[in-house]
Design a protein around this ligand. Structure first.
Ligand code: ZN
Length: 109
């Protein structure tokens, strides 16, 4: 069964806004989430170098999917999913992080 990851990105960041997770796997997961933030927050057209490969390995084979998503209306959460394996999640509190590439994110708060 695919999982749905509901993540508040600020839980992975220190007060200066850098990734500050406890363990290697948590850091890699945080790096994956911030890559998704850049991908989804970037205005169209999104450069190919922001593309994010799925991190899952169903049946021990790396998933070939690339993450897709959008910003949810009203809540402004990032909603993401892998079209290949169905892994998916929500990211909250991403606005204003250093990976926020939206036009609003370029204006200092
Ligand atoms: Zn996948």
């Amino acid at each position: 069964m695919p999982d749905t990851w509901v993540t508040d990105i600020t839980h992975f960041l220190d007060e200066a806004g850098y990734i500050a997770a406890e363990s290697g796997p948590a850091i890699r997961f945080a790096e994956y989430l911030v890559a998704i933030i850049s991908l989804i927050s970037h205005p169209e057209p999104v450069p190919v170098e922001l593309s994010v490969s799925c991190r899952r390995k169903p049946h021990r084979k790396p998933c070939k999917g690339h993450i897709e998503g959008h910003i949810a209306p009203y809540t402004e959460d990032i909603v993401w999913w892998c079209p290949e394996c169905g892994d998916s999640g929500f990211i909250t509190n991403w606005q204003g992080t250093m990976w926020d590439l939206s036009e609003a994110g370029t204006i200092p708060h």
